[in-house]
Design a protein around this ligand. Structure first.
Ligand code: AMP
Ligand code: ZN
Length: 491
């Protein structure tokens, strides 16, 4: 089975083939670190994680670069507004970003470069573009002349002449350009005090790089002149990715990326996210309300990436139930295997069912990452296998291990059960602490001959799933996967 992905440049589903067999070079546009990322940003990042994991599932080795935009208009504006340095704004935001990244169980890309550490490479790229006659300089700023790059705008489906009607190619209209459609590569001078927080030396005097240039330079630095996949949210299509293509292909004369992938936006309760609507949630805001990371991850992954996803609290609860169902099913499957149920000789062979479901899962994901179909293959397996497992000996089914293997393979891609396991372990730990304290209370009650109270405490422990066994001079507690021994008070 082979993977097909929708390429925004050719607007077609195309069979995926990396330049180098077996190895994928992928660049994903990272966050602008002026403020904590919201769940909309994380829809893009979680989907990119799914893509990465699925490529690995297909047997590819993946080398991914995700940049951190730590110098641009927004980071500079934040530093100036607070009267601090750029790093004082971006360092803590990067910390928060990586914390949220781990909360959602996202795999770490091979390279996570900060733009401010790559300015010399950006300057070199401008020099190459200048040598090729694609730039001009005005008062210390350097612009890309899109009129001299005939292929300009193919990704966005527009040509250079149309740019003016679609919008500016960058938000830098305050600068002195030959043609208002051009975009800036190097912003020279002090720009009304910006120089105090962001200034680098260059052949054109002090200044700082343009945002689009950052991604072209870092992508080519780590991954070479032709990438296999370049991905981001739809809002990156124009002007950001359009300008990245112009800069990179203008400099190398080679295809910059074989595939351009774009994820649609996340809406919250049916509306565009915005600070004024108060619907711009961050990951810790959701976890503080008691929502599990596994449920958030499931919800962010649950719709096809090329359609808008509507985030609702009802949906989040439905996601939590779906993850629990899967988690319970896997627990049941493991118990059945341990008890030898899955190795019966009944007519029903779960192995056949497992094989069919795995094929359906892979066929769905191969079809441009059709997650809804993939999830329905997995939940179909859960439903059917549950029914089959209900059959008692001597007609117990065989092949339970094969089902477990499919569930594990599924989760290497979706990563929701792995998160759920961590959540259960964390919950167990809290319960262990509580149980330990209650057993101490019970011992004291017994020492005081308050037997009714001691029995009530035991009932309370058992009601929360804690198994209590009194041994000669110890009490053994079993809480989930933990066993705890508490000394008894000698009498
Ligand atoms: P930014 O930090 O603004 O540069 O955005 C980082 C990533 O998040 C980009 O790939 C954006 O396309 C993506 N993004 C921003 N807003 C949303 C949204 N509401 N839904 C999905 N992705 C978004
Ligand atoms: Zn980018």
């Amino acid at each position: 089975m082979s993977l097909r992905l929708h390429d925004s440049l050719t607007r077609r589903l195309r069979p995926f083939e990396p330049v180098e067999p077996g190895r994928v070079r992928m660049y994903t546009c990272g966050p602008t670190v002026y403020d904590r990322a919201h769940i909309g940003n994380f829809r893009a990042f979680t989907w990119e994680d799914l893509l990465r994991r699925y490529l690995r599932f297909k047997g590819y080795e993946v080398e991914q670069v995700m940049n951190l935009t730590d110098v641009d208009d927004r980071t500079i504006a934040a530093a100036r507004a607070r009267g601090v340095s750029l790093a004082e704004v971006t360092d803590p935001v990067i910390e928060m970003f990586l914390e949220d990244w781990r909360t959602l169980g996202l795999e770490e890309p091979e390279h996570v470069p900060r733009a401010t550490r790559h300015v010399p490479g950006m300057i070199r790229l401008i020099e190459v573009l200048s040598a090729r006659g694609l730039t001009y300089e005005t008062e210390g700023s350097v612009y890309f002349a899109i009129g001299r790059f005939p292929e300009y705008g193919r990704l966005a489906g527009i040509d250079a002449a149309e740019v003016a009607t679609v919008g500016r190619a960058s938000g830098d209209e305050e600068y002195d350009k030959d043609d208002p459609r051009d975009f800036v590569l190097w912003k020279g001078g002090d720009r009304g005090g910006e120089g105090a927080v962001a200034a680098w030396e260059s052949p054109w005097g002090t200044g700082r790089p343009g945002w689009h240039l950052e991604c072209s330079a870092m992508a080519m630095h780590y991954l070479g002149e032709t990438l296999d996949i370049h991905a981001g949210g739809v809002d990156n299509l124009f002007p950001h990715h359009t300008n990245e293509i112009a800069q990179s292909e203008g400099a190398t004369g080679k295809t910059f990326s074989k595939f351009w992938l774009h994820a649609e936006h996340l809406l919250v309760e049916g509306r565009k996210m915005s600070k004024s609507l108060g619907n711009c949630f961050t990951i810790p805001e959701l976890t503080a309300r008691g929502h599990a990371p596994s449920a958030i991850r499931h919800l962010l992954l649950s719709g096809h990436y090329r359609t808008q996803l509507n985030f609702t609290f009802e949906g989040l609860e439905a996601s939590a139930r779906a993850v629990t169902r899967l988690h319970e099913f896997r627990r049941r499957l493991r118990a059945a295997i341990e008890a030898g149920v899955g190795r019966g000789d009944g007519a029903a062979n779960l192995g056949t069912l497992a094989g069919r479901s795995r094929d359906a899962f892979e066929a769905a994901m191969d079809d441009d990452l059709n997650v809804s179909e993939a999830l329905s293959a997995v939940f179909g397996l859960v439903r059917e296998a549950n029914q089959t497992l209900d059959v008692r000996r001597p007609h117990a089914p065989s092949g339970a291990e094969a089902v477990l293997a499919v569930i594990d393979a599924f989760d290497r891609v979706f990563g929701v059960l792995a998160l759920r396991d961590l959540e259960s372990a964390g919950a167990d730990e809290g319960l262990v602490e509580w149980a330990r304290a209650r057993v101490g209370d019970r011992e004291r009650a017994r020492a005081n001959r308050e037997f009714a109270r001691a029995d009530a405490i035991r009932a309370e422990l058992e009601a929360r799933g804690v198994v209590v066994e009194d041994l000669a001079d110890l009490t053994r507690l079993r809480v989930g996967s933990h066993t705890v021994l508490v000394p008894r008070v000698p009498r």
